[in-house]
Design a protein around this ligand. Sequence first.
Ligand SMILES: CC(C)(COP(=O)(O)OP(=O)(O)OC[C@H]1O[C@@H](n2cnc3c(N)ncnc32)[C@H](O)[C@@H]1OP(=O)(O)O)[C@@H](O)C(=O)NCCC(=O)NCCS
Length: 312
Amino acid sequence: MIAIRPARPDDLPQILDVLRAALGETPLLRRTPALWNWKHLENPFGTSLVLVAEHAERVVGVRAFMRWELELPDGQVLRCVRAVDTATHPDHLRRGIFRRLTETAVEMAQTEGVDLIFNTPNATSGAGYLKMGWRRVGDLGVIVRPRVGPVAPIEPDDLPRLTDHVAATDPLEPYPTPRAAVALRTPRREEYLRWRFERHPTARYAAVRRGGGAGIVRANVRRGRRELVLSEVLGDVDPGLFREVARRSTSRYVATWFSPSAPERRLARRALYASVPGLRTLTLVARPLRTLPVDVFDLGNWDLSVSDLELL
Ligand SMILES: CC(C)(COP(=O)(O)OP(=O)(O)OC[C@H]1O[C@@H](n2cnc3c(N)ncnc32)[C@H](O)[C@@H]1OP(=O)(O)O)[C@@H](O)C(=O)NCCC(=O)NCCS
């Protein structure tokens, strides 16, 4: 018999075991209690909705919905959850555990008055979400600007270091004022930005500044290649800031992404950042829980940057 119940604090070691068994770990993504607590307890949007599946007194499945908000240009705020961290132990696959966990979590979110669920599933879970009423919003890609000139030699170890590519600075000092939403956008309140960029337990961020603008970056490895990810831009942003990030970095290229409606996308293009044809990183899917004032299945109605999507 498999029972579905809300997670308790003492389930955490077993939850992390299930995530490790199902999803593995990479040097950049260790499934530590600190990362779990940052995402699910310390998130300024609230404590996550977490369910587990239990069999013979062991946790065999986990389902977490992170609290989130999306703001519309007229100031309306949608209460959201992001379907993240889901896994079924490899010994219990295809018995409906993911489905039962997800359907129960959806019912709970609906009862609480949540407006919208969104997430970026991987290939394994994508089909399951579509069967359970989610729909595709669109594919997300990468835009890059290669470096002209010498690149820094990098020590061959496992972990990319930010300081291999760019000088270490506090990403939010002085504080760069965020712009208003032009479409569905994570409200960039100061509390959120400090949690996102200063209190992340593993990812290190720095800012490249020009005038009143700040480009917030982190070091990354993509398909074995080291890159600098431009995760966010804040303050007075112009194409010069995008050029400055590429100029000040010693990484082979800078990678970023903004949704089509985000003004930064045009600014990045003017600074010679170009889409990588055919490279799709993630697929955004959504499931509204009531009738919403905006068509969430149109990617043009989302105002996104990299920092909204990845939680590194
Ligand atoms: C994705 C995962 C959570 C599914 O767990 P599960 O408990 O086996 O899933 P369920 O039995 O509830 O399946 C529900 C539906 O999902 C889909 N599904 C599940 N596993 C699938 C697979 N390997 N291939 C294709 N579809 C799959 C099916 O539509 C299935 O419905 P069906 O059985 O009626 O055809 C599980 O495979 C897993 O833990 N994978 C590794 C971790 C992971 O990828 N997590 C997602 C992170 S975004």
